[in-house]
Design a protein. Structure first.
Lengths: 211, 98
């Protein structure tokens, strides 16, 4: 799990610094990390607060960004046997990173998934606290490339999953579609659209195989 | 007021999405099982490309540094190493004049 902390810490620091800069209090900054626990949605929400957006706008953007978790959950729920309580707890702490690590390492136990989830939750919240406290001191985080850690981390998660030509084709098409859509559509819709389209393409392309 | 309304709403839609996925457990036909195999591949790729370029006019440097990160990820399968290599390349390329 150590590798993902490298991405989470600067991302969490950056989020908290931006949040404090936008005018959120220490408690509000931390509350989003504890209650919502979704990095990209938190950063986008803080940006919307700064522009004076209403609660409904912010909630809808969050939904767009996070509805992809339905796909993660369905995939993870199929791989890992869980009781009802475990599903409830597992769902609360589910993130891109925890899902990525669990699937990439083909983990099949709830304990592994929860361990990944909780270590990310703890790291994210400690980074939030540190960033919120030190908010005034840290210079513009984008200047040192903190925002570059996000695509880098997902690229590093993606590459080991590419086993054959169809995998590569799906990644290239989904990446291109998301890039194109993101020019026209805000929020998480490009990710969801490209994710669904890419997975459909892969499923259709492998249909003829007897396996 | 606005903050806490937004916060509770964000909690509801985020947890709702996470919980719905984990509880929607039905027997899926082979097509949808293959679909799920490709979900992480497609979604991770879709998370990479829109944020790769950045907003500070450093697209070329970032793409080059990410390519090195991808190469390291492919050779070593070590996330930390890949991220460190990509970031180091990014910082080094930035120091170059022009």
């Amino acid at each position: 799990m150590t590798p993902l902390w490298l991405g989470v810490v600067p991302f969490g620091l950056a989020y908290a610094v931006i949040a404090r800069d936008t005018g959120l209090s220490l408690v509000e900054t931390q509350a989003l990390s504890i209650l919502v626990f979704a990095g990209s949605a938190q950063v986008s929400a803080v940006g919307l607060f700064g522009r004076g957006a209403g609660a409904l706008e912010i909630v809808l953007t969050t939904f767009l960004l996070n509805v992809r978790h339905v796909l993660y959950g369905m995939s993870l729920g199929r791989e890992v046997p869980m009781t009802r309580t475990q599903r409830f707890v597992g769902a609360y702490f589910l993130t891109d990173e925890a899902y990525g690590v669990s699937v990439a390492r083909r983990a099949r136990t709830f304990r592994y998934v929860l361990g990944a989830e909780l270590s990310l939750f703890l790291t994210w919240n400690l980074a939030t606290l540190a960033g919120a406290l030190l908010g005034g001191i840290i210079p513009n985080p984008e200047r040192i490339g903190v925002d570059f850690v996000f695509p880098l981390a997902f690229l590093a998660l993606l590459v080991p999953l590419l086993g054959d030509r169809v995998d590569v084709l799906v990644a290239v098409v989904a990446g291109a579609v998301a890039w194109g859509l993101s020019r026209a559509v805000p929020g998480g819709l490009p990710v969801l659209g490209a994710g669904v389209l890419g997975a459909l393409l892969g499923a259709a392309a492998t249909g003829g195989d007897a396996e | 007021m606005t903050f806490w309304a937004a916060c509770i709403g964000m909690l509801a839609v985020t947890f709702g999405s996470r919980f719905a996925g984990l509880t929607l457990q039905m027997r899926l036909p082979p097509f949808w099982l293959r679909f799920l195999h490709f979900v992480p591949i497609a979604v991770f790729a879709a998370l990479v490309t829109p944020s790769l370029e950045g907003s500070r006019g450093e697209g070329g440097i970032r793409v080059a540094a990410a390519a090195l990160g991808a190469l390291v990820a492919w050779r070593t399968r070590q996330l930390a190493l890949a991220i460190a290599a990509g970031l180091a390349a990014f910082w080094l390329l930035r120091l170059l004049p022009g």
